[in-house]
Design a protein around this ligand. Structure first.
Ligand SMILES: Nc1ncnc2c1ncn2[C@@H]1O[C@H](COP(=O)(O)OP(=O)(O)OP(=O)(O)O)[C@@H](O)[C@H]1O
Length: 233
């Protein structure tokens, strides 16, 4: 089995509009593992994922070491409100992410879309407008978009936020399968139980990398009791 890419950050600094959001960050994450990212609100976690996804300018280096011939990144942004009046269905949204042609040129069924729709079980949502979907439903559509191009690394910004228990289990199962097939996962998550149960490493970010290690030792170094605590920030 070929493993997904490993990630190497050296002296990563991200500044937006003259404000430094992340500074001098060094971090190496092995391929084929599930890496958790946690830290306080406003600590720069989403900024980090956006920089890796190529959505923020940065200084320093971001290197992904790819297995041969594997180059797709799947990025799932943080859930944000969506105007219910916009005439964009979940299927339109998937089509927009599928390739660069205008949506109206793509009426034919696309096997890539059909495959992720089945994997994420969103058949019943396709004709609904994005703005009318519940948070958990929208998360599944966003995950489907991230999986569209058969990525070998997934960057997930709080993929379980707003998702009920059953939906969480479904999403976690998809992610476990992704990892079992060699994929690399980098996931922002606030729930300690999820981080401890599923992640191979945890990086605590607050303006830069504060601590990195296996989730339990990071938890201990932060002097946070592990039992009964669900939120990292
Ligand atoms: N485009 C931007 N322009 C200016 N400031 C920004 C921009 N994006 C983020 N910030 C600021 O950068 C800081 C880090 O934001 P970021 O979203 O990365 O934090 P976070 O750790 O993901 O927070 P949360 O846990 O609340 O999602 C915040 O203070 C935020 O207000």
């Amino acid at each position: 089995m070929i493993k997904g890419p490993s990630l190497h950050l050296t002296n990563l600094t991200v500044a937006v509009k003259g404000m430094t959001l992340l500074s001098a960050m060094d971090l190496s994450l092995d391929g084929g593992l599930w890496h958790g990212i946690a830290g306080p609100n406003g600590g720069g976690k989403s900024t980090l994922l956006k920089a890796i996804a190529g959505l923020h300018n940065h200084s320093g280096t971001i290197e992904l070491h790819w297995p041969e011939g594997r180059d797709a990144i799947g990025y799932m942004p943080q859930l944000s409100p969506f105007d219910a009046s916009l005439p964009v269905t979940a299927l339109d949204f998937l089509r927009m992410h599928c390739d660069k042609r205008p949506v109206w040129l793509r009426f034919k069924g696309d096997p890539k879309i059909a495959a992720v729709v089945e994997k994420v079980r969103i058949q019943g949502l396709l004709s609904k407008r994005l703005g009318t979907l519940s948070s958990g439903e929208r998360q599944r559509v966003l995950l489907a978009c991230a999986l569209l191009n058969s990525p070998h690394i997934l960057l997930l910004d709080e993929p379980l936020a707003g998702v009920d228990k059953y939906g969480r289990e479904q999403i976690l199962e998809i992610l476990m399968t992704f990892k079992a097939n060699g994929g690399t996962i980098i996931m922002i998550e606030h729930d300690w139980q999820i981080l401890q149960q599923h992640c191979d490493s945890l990086s605590w970010i607050d303006g830069t990398l504060q601590t990195h290690g296996d989730p339990m030792s990071v938890l201990q170094s932060l002097q946070v009791p592990s039992i009964g605590l669900r939120h990292a920030s």
